[in-house]
Design a binder for this molecule. Structure first.
Ligand code: NDP
Length: 292
């Protein structure tokens, strides 16, 4: 293997430690305890795991965690009513509605009902627009975590060719905006892109956010490139359930300069950035200086 491993687990632990320091300072110097409310509708097993993990890590950094678990058949009116209450609650600085929502609920409507200042997932249309126009906003956690790892590894990203495979609203598009904001030359590829191998081979930075196990092999990777694998796919191999990314790790690691593993790469950074966004929201709510 030639690539160095970008250790998201270790990086996320550093981010959480900094968040914990800020939380202590906010409590001691200003009497402010940042609070994160997480809303889960239904019993999707993966969502339950994420929500549990978010709640646990929120408490570990000293913040207040408010969990709202609603039945799968909760009406849109009841969900909107809860969001209105959380918007008005001064103890709640961040609100996250776990996606996907059950089919009878309109995700766009629900997300856009969150106060943009408390939208720590960065999915509200105002935050999306502000990110796109380079204004100070709440930035979606997964792409933010990817950007932090890239900046940490490279320093400046200016002038680099970045390819993002995937154009979802929660990963691909905001990732591309962030890379553009850091002066990369950005290409967004998707299921209709022609000659995906050639597009990927042009990347100094290759971000895979597709949701297809090990779709990107090593020979699509430019020698020395930095590969960020956002994909989390469960597969059966050798009679066991395993987590793999969208990149074929073993072959890509032979060519890349640096690569994130799955698990232990982008995944842990997502929750760490959620906690960081909640501290930022708490600082803004109280007119206090934001953490860097
Ligand atoms: P979506 O399903 O919303 O989007 C997938 C994107 O991949 C789409 O834009 C789609 O293109 C594109 N795509 C699908 N097939 C191909 C193909 N054959 N070639 C090129 N592009 C293709 O997924 P998400 O963005 O929500 O998530 C992507 C992955 O990231 C998943 O594995 C998910 O589990 C993981 N994830 C990980 C997180 C973390 O914390 N690490 C957080 C969020 C997601 P088109 O638009 O044309 O259909």
């Amino acid at each position: 293997m030639t690539a160095s491993i970008i250790d998201g687990k270790e990086f996320a632990a550093r981010v959480r430690a900094k968040v914990a320091e800020h939380v202590t300072a906010l409590k001691e110097q200003h009497g402010v305890t940042p609070g994160l409310a997480v809303v889960l509708v239904g019993e999707d097993p993966a969502s339950q795991v994420y929500v549990r993990s978010k709640g646990k890590q929120t408490v570990e950094v000293g913040m207040a965690s408010f969990e709202h678990k609603l039945n799968a058949d909760t009406s849109e009116a009841d969900l909107l009513d809860l969001i209105a209450k959380l918007n008005a609650d001064p103890q709640v600085h961040g609100i996250l509605v776990q996606l996907p929502l059950p089919d009878h609920l309109d995700s766009d409507l629900v997300i856009n009902a969150i106060d943009p200042a408390k939208d720590v997932d960065g999915f509200h249309i105002s935050n999306v627009g502000m990110l796109g126009t380079g204004q100070k906003s709440m930035v979606p956690c997964t792409p933010l975590g990817c950007l932090m790892m890239l900046r940490d590894h490279h320093g400046s990203l200016s002038g680099m060719n970045a390819v993002v495979v995937g154009r979802s609203n929660i990963v691909g598009k905001p990732m591309a905006q962030l890379l553009l904001g850091d002066s990369c030359t950005v290409t967004i590829a998707h299921s209709r892109s022609k000659d995906l191998p050639a597009i990927c081979q042009g990347a100094d930075i290759l971000v895979a956010a597709v949701g297809r196990p090990e779709m990107i092999p090593g020979d699509w990777v430019r020698p020395g490139a930095t590969v960020i694998d956002v994909g989390i796919n469960r597969i059966e191999r050798d009679g066991k359930t395993r987590l793999v990314g969208d990149v074929h790790f073993d072959s890509a690691a032979q060519v890349a300069g640096a690569i994130t593993p799955v698990p232990g790469g982008v995944g842990p950074m997502t929750i760490a950035c959620l906690l960081a966004n909640t501290v930022t929201a708490a600082c803004r709510a109280h007119g206090l200086p934001e953490p860097e």
